[in-house]
Design a protein around this ligand. Structure first.
Ligand SMILES: [Zn+2]
Length: 334
């Protein structure tokens, strides 16, 4: 667009250039204004097909991550009214998190292919007109979590399949909506201190029989009754009990990011409550299918489980970048 304007101006200026224009300044100014109007109509018709902006910025961060981690996708575009990312067969709608800054968090599934991967970004303008397609790449490393052998001692009868389905539905499928922008503004805090007894992504065997599933959460063993706290701001969207994971709480942190707290002995919150980091959610227990008092902590992004530990550190998906305030930079200089 800018380039087109510059070309227009050149072709306008050269015929109009008149070194003897001094005398009839006002007249000529009027004439030029008229000519300017007339000439600008022509290129504007042509400009409909040349409606482009500078190539929008697309950022993936982190761009080196493990199976079961998540990245932030940021697209800076003045022209877009909607931005949709595609990874494999799945699409992700970006939020306009700041003016002209589109952003979302995308999980890399535990069973994603390792190596170089690509996210495609489609930008749409007013009325849903497709503007352009861009892409960015990132590297997926293998999640080398060890095999964990769980001894249940053959206790009890197998769970009712319908109850198992409900357990899965509550944790993975019932809470997937993007209800608003991200609610956290920094690293998350640990929901409870204790010994790590299970890591995300580990292949597991139960009583010597290897499962084809992986461990969907991060296990922290603690004393029965120890308090569990919210690691980040959120809304309580579910509390209750399911057959395998026992008593639990699910928080919505915005941006499609949910976290779950399981095997609890006591629930201290109700659905609809807002929580801040450090707020009490309930107590450590061993309800459901569990070998001792511990927290099974999950982070699930629009139905895809990821490693909660990533959210505690500096390699967590970064928030949309907010333009630095001039006051702040002045302070830094002073
Ligand atoms: Zn667990």
């Amino acid at each position: 667009m800018q380039q087109t304007r510059a070309e227009e101006r050149q072709s306008e200026d050269s015929p109009d250039a008149n070194p003897q224009a001094g005398e009839r300044q006002a007249e000529e100014a009027e004439q030029q204004a008229v000519q300017g109007q007339a000439q600008s109509e022509e290129p504007q018709q042509g400009a409909e097909t040349v409606e482009v902006e500078p190539v929008p910025v697309v950022r993936v961060a982190p761009d080196l991550l493990m199976q079961g981690e998540a990245f932030a996708l940021t697209v800076e575009s003045e022209a877009a009214s909607a931005v949709v990312a595609t990874v494999g067969a799945r699409t992700w709608n970006l939020l306009e998190a700041e003016p002209e800054v589109w952003w979302t968090v995308i999980p890399v599934p535990r069973d994603a292919a390792t190596g170089s991967a690509e996210v495609t970004v489609d930008l749409y303008g007013e009325g849903g007109a497709w503007l352009r397609s861009l892409s960015a790449s990132y590297i997926v490393l293998v999640n080398a979590a060890p095999l964990e052998e769980i001894i249940l001692g053959g206790t009890g009868a197998p769970a009712d399949p319908a109850e198992v389905q409900r357990d899965i539905a509550v944790r993975f499928h019932d809470h997937i909506a993007v209800t608003g922008p991200p609610r956290w503004d920094g690293p998350w805090i640990l929901p409870v201190e204790g010994e790590v007894t299970g890591v995300f992504g580990a292949q597991r065997s139960y009583d010597g029989v290897q499962s084809d599933e992986w461990h969907h959460g991060h296990d922290i063993a603690a004393q029965h009754g120890d308090p569990i706290v919210a690691p980040a701001p959120g809304t309580v969207v579910w509390t209750g009990e399911v057959v395998l994971h026992g008593m639990g709480v699910i928080l919505d942190h915005g941006a499609g990011v949910y976290s779950g707290y399981w095997h609890m002995s006591l629930l201290a919150v109700r659905e609809g409550m807002e929580v801040a980091p450090g707020d009490w959610l309930g107590n450590i227990g061993t309800t459901g299918l569990s070998t001792g008092p511990h927290l099974h902590w999950e982070v699930i992004i629009q139905g895809v489980d990821v490693d909660p530990v990533q959210w505690l550190g500096e390699d967590r998906p970064p928030l949309p970048v907010v333009a630095a305030e001039p006051e702040g930079s002045a302070d830094t200089l002073g």
